[in-house]
Design a protein around this ligand. Structure first.
Ligand SMILES: [Mg+2]
Length: 335
């Protein structure tokens, strides 16, 4: 357990596992060892985001279906969520700082796995220019993992939520609703050992999300007008673009049907509606973006709707084929 080690002793176990090796990142001028790290910012601007995961709020160590979240899972997810927010600006992550709060009885191996998960997410998700520049260790009653990530726009302009115009194409990169289906499986009585490979892949995406990190900078380069990562579901995040841009975001029911098809087997198992996960489920961290109609969508993006002007007396909103999304608009067109 971590209580058996000094802070220096625990850091000595973690450091070799973090993506902080010399020469790994061009951004880290001075890594751990002094009171603060130094990172370069050739662009003269820094994109920055921070996110905290708290045990039993944002993750559980054991689930009703028998699955136990590993330190690797928690480290991966902490990195992936933060990398996704940099991606959603059209930027590229350059460095990270990590703050860990650990109960004294936490196994040292669990903390080592967490470091491995952080590093694996950075490397396997393709954020190869990002490294861990430093961090902090503390004790507390439950596990808490805070990651702050810095990124660069490489001289370009950020893609905000506010730039969508009527006539733009609405497009999605990555999956939607899969992590929500995975969460429902974790919270179900269907034992993890009896899931099909397809169901297991949904569970894995909840525990170790795979945001499409190449797609953010590609969308910026292609001229995306608005973008965010889907962390709270297509409806809520689509509504954020609608509100910020003062437009109507209209989803195409045929595209939604195609996206929902991958969720149907799990929905059948749990006796629920795949569309609930697709429209309301976040945590896949796909990218929802709008593009001018004459732009060829960058690799990874699929058109799923369009941006429309507001009618007289209409507020910004999300619709499905012109119908209010929260009043069964999709049902109406599903037949
Ligand atoms: Mg976000």
């Amino acid at each position: 357990m971590v209580a058996a080690l000094s802070e220096a002793g625990l850091l000595a176990r973690i450091f070799p596992r973090l993506a902080m090796d010399a020469g790994h990142s061009a951004a880290t001028v001075l890594g751990p060892g002094d009171d603060a790290a130094i990172v370069s910012a050739p662009d003269a601007r820094t994109v920055i985001s921070i996110d905290t995961q708290v045990q039993d709020q944002d993750f559980r160590l054991s689930w009703p279906n028998g699955y136990c979240s590993t330190g690797f899972d928690v480290g991966w997810k902490a990195a992936a969520q933060n990398l996704s927010d940099i991606n959603a600006m059209g930027a590229r992550a350059t460095s990270m700082v990590v703050s860990l709060t650990l109960p004294p009885h936490t196994p040292v191996a669990w903390v080592e796995q967490l470091a491995d998960g952080l590093t694996a997410a950075i490397r396997e998700l393709g954020a190869s220019s990002c490294s861990v520049a430093g961090g902090d260790l503390g004790r507390g009653r439950e596990i808490s993992v805070t990651v702050a990530v810095l990124g660069t726009l490489d001289g370009g302009n950020a893609v905000l939520r506010s730039g969508a115009s009527p006539g733009d194409v609405l497009a999605l990169a990555g999956t939607a609703g899969h992590a929500a289906a995975g969460l429902a499986l974790l919270e179900s009585t269907h034992h993890v050992g009896q899931l099909t490979p397809q169901q297991r892949s949904l569970l894995d995406l909840q525990c170790r999300p795979v945001p499409p990190l190449a797609a953010g900078p590609a969308a910026r380069a292609a001229g995306a007008t608005a973008m965010l990562d889907v962390s709270d579901g297509l409806l809520r995040d689509g509504n954020r673009i609608a509100l910020a841009s003062g437009v109507c975001v209209d989803l195409d029911p045929a595209s939604l049907d195609l996206l929902a098809a991958a969720l149907e087997p799990a929905a059948d198992l749990l006796g629920t509606d795949a569309r609930t996960w697709l429209l309301g489920g976040g945590e896949d961290h796909g990218l929802l973006a709008t593009f001018p109609p004459d732009v060829q969508l960058p690799p990874g993006f699929t058109a799923i709707g369009s941006v429309q002007a507001l009618g007289i007396d209409e507020g910004p909103r999300v619709t499905i084929a012109g119908r209010a999304a929260d009043t069964g608009g999709w049902d109406h067109f599903a037949d």
